[in-house]
Write a protein that binds this ligand. Sequence first.
Ligand SMILES: [Mn+2]
Length: 403
Amino acid sequence: MPKEKIKILHSADFHLGSPFKFLDSAKRKTVQEAQFNSFYEIIKIAKKYSVDFLIIAGDLFDSVQVDNLSLQRVFDGFQTIPDIKIIINPGNHDYWHINSYWNKFEELKNVYLFDPETLYFEFPEWNITFWGKAFTGQSALYNLWKDADELVYAKKRNHLNVLVQHGDILNHESHYNPISIDWIDKLGFDLVQLGHIHNIIEPYYTSRKIPCLYNGCVQGRDFDETGKKGAQLIEIDNNSNKISMTFLPIYQIYFDQIQLDVSNLEQEDNIRFNENIMQKILSDINIKTAKLNLYQLILIGNVSKKINLNLLTKKLEPYFFYLEIQDQTKIKFNYKELLQEHSLRGDVSRYAKKLAVQPDLLSQVLDDLGMENLPLKDAMRMIEQAYYYTMQAEEQDIDIYEN
Ligand SMILES: [Mn+2]
């Protein structure tokens, strides 16, 4: 009699050893270390929930070149869970090749690695078979499965058939093993455990209701991989084939991006203005989210003076592991006052106003510039923009005549 319950921990895209190029060398080391800690956490979770299988659906390592120490750490980690079967299908970053580091893992009895010779691993005790094709290069323009593989599959089907695959089910033109939903339905897997897409954790269901699950990256690596990341615990009832999934977050590294409209926070006094921004940020976000918080703060809105970014960064930096601030605010002008001003700003303002209210003059200027075909509406928009940049240039002491 096969076991009634099957517990699987699904993970993918650790990208251990990622370069984190935007960080200085000390912070880079800290984050790379935290990546390893997220790997150890996965091992811990696997133990805690006494899972039967730990799945790694590709991109465990960021590169095909990995130093010996990192390999050893992963090897040692796997050794601490000898009773858990670890199923690995290499991805486009850590693809299998004849002399690859994956050979090292052959020594471990609990590691089951897909390579070009291996299409499936069968576990009679659970009546389950895991299927997969390893990446053998940096890309794969077509589904890695060939006709011959489908024939093997048809013959060797088990009670439960799980596809463990690095690839793309969302984009049929992907260069990274595009897999069509129809193909998944045609073969009729019971569950599809995927790697490659870093930002999805919600399961996708085919028309035959086959759950396809991306894990997302285990931890974010940049500001396009923000928010909660972790792994998925899957439980399958072997009698009813009912599958349940639970997302388990890991909080080693946390990337996030916040947009803050500062229009209403402005104060006469620069320091108080900065303090307002700072308080708003610290009250809006939970800075205790993860061990390492990396935030990108984007300031938007209309303000009458430039924000002192150096000061703001200095004040906020202690609260984050890494913080980068982008000022995308626009300068708010007092047009009435500007028109009176004896300055470059005043001159430009008066000229812009003239152009705006005298279409003949504007047409003449466009003629002179060889832009007579430009619709007036577009010309007005250009004036507005030119005007804005001139004001900004003056604000930042840039010589606008330079270029
Ligand atoms: Mn990846």
